[in-house]
Write a protein that binds this ligand. Structure first.
Ligand code: HMG
Ligand code: MG
Length: 308
């Protein structure tokens, strides 16, 4: 891969839709994934999550998504897994005898930089969460499943305020030692700034090179594109984003959507990086999904491109 290639992890089918008030029909989710892969050329689509439907009912049909989504050679389709129960359900689907045999070979596990957020999101402390996820990770790796790790609230926590970057570095080290191939650094509340995100990245790169980390920025304060660019300029080569700026975590009250993939791709392409994605197609998909969800298109770049 060229040193200027940035891989986009399109998280809209999962992070984008997990917080929608109305239930998004399965057919819409499948069409979103199909269009991202076939029309925009996305290499990684986070397609759903095997979490408790009592906690996140919007993702209750993720097994059906896994079974029916368009699968293209060379594209990865990670699913979020919070515990052993989620992993067993996922493996039952994708294993040799499963209804979705071979359709995905990747999960994403998630913890957070504060106990308060970890408690709100997964009902345990950071320590308990890492113990749980260590078992999940070794079992997944034993089944040939790749594991991506998330750390939420790396800059700011909705319950306990500013986060110490050194705390994030320690958790990143643990996740890397568990066997995560990549760690995504989540500015869940979208209150982070380029300066803070670089401090977080500096703590993390004590344990692994910058290419092992991803930027996962929400856009509550409008600084997400700046945060992403700062991290890419510092050596990060993976960016999580959602078409139309969809998304949010149900356990991060007041936070807005993910950084919109249209603005990220526009900014990267104009700054000498390549993503391999078709920006016009992304703009079309962003407008389409916003209409499906009956909400304004949250991508300023997407709106500008379509108005040209
Ligand atoms: P709990 O209530 O402590 O667990 O939740 P439990 O074991 O007592 O289970 C409660 C019920 O859920 C039981 O059902 C279980 O069987 C069932 P009942 O016996 O009452 O009928 N259950 C499950 N069902 C299906 N799949 C499972 C599963 N596990 C239990 N895997 C738990 C603990 C971790 C399960 C829960 O807290 C949970 O599911 N949390 C997930 C929350 C979530 O999905 N948050 C959003 C994703 S993270 C995010 O958005 C941040 C990110 O984008 C990065 C960033 O922006 O920072 C990644
Ligand atoms: Mg998120």
């Amino acid at each position: 891969d060229s040193p200027h290639h940035v891989r986009i992890v399109e998280v809209s089918p999962r992070d984008g839709l997990q917080n929608e008030k109305q239930v998004v029909p399965l057919t819409t989710k499948l069409e979103l994934i199909r269009r991202l892969v076939e029309e925009a050329g996305v290499e990684t689509v986070e397609a759903g999550s095997f979490v408790s439907p009592k906690w996140v009912p919007q993702m209750a049909d993720s097994a059906a998504v896994l079974e029916q989504m368009t699968v293209k050679q060379g594209v990865s389709y990670p699913f979020l897994v919070p515990n052993d129960r989620g992993l067993v359900n996922f493996l039952d689907m994708v294993g040799p005898k499963g209804r979705a045999a071979g359709r995905s070979d990747e999960i994403a596990i998630f913890t957070a930089a504060t106990d308060a957020f970890t408690k709100a999101n997964t009902n345990c402390t950071i320590h308990e969460s890492l113990e749980r996820l260590s078992k999940v990770t070794s079992k997944a790796l034993g089944h040939g499943i790749r594991v991506r790790g998330y750390i939420s609230v790396v800059a700011d926590c909705p319950y306990s305020g500013k986060v110490n970057p050194a705390d994030v570095g320690k958790i990143a080290k643990t996740l890397l030692e568990m066997g995560c191939y990549e760690i995504s650094l989540g500015d869940t509340t979208g209150a982070g700034t380029p300066g803070q995100m670089l401090n977080v990245l500096n703590e993390c790169t004590r344990h692994a090179p910058s290419v092992r980390f991803a930027a996962h920025c929400h856009d509550t304060f409008g600084s997400a594109v700046a945060n992403v660019l700062a991290m890419v300029n510092a050596g990060v080569r993976v960016v999580d984003a959602a078409v139309g700026g969809l998304g949010g975590c149900p356990y991060s009250p007041g936070a807005s959507g993910n950084v919109d993939v249209e603005s990220v791709v526009y900014a990267l392409h104009e700054s000498g990086y390549d993503t391999g994605l078709d920006l016009d197609a992304l703009a079309q998909i962003g407008a389409w999904i916003s209409q499906q969800l009956d909400r304004p298109n949250g991508s300023s770049a997407g709106r500008a491109i379509l108005a040209r």
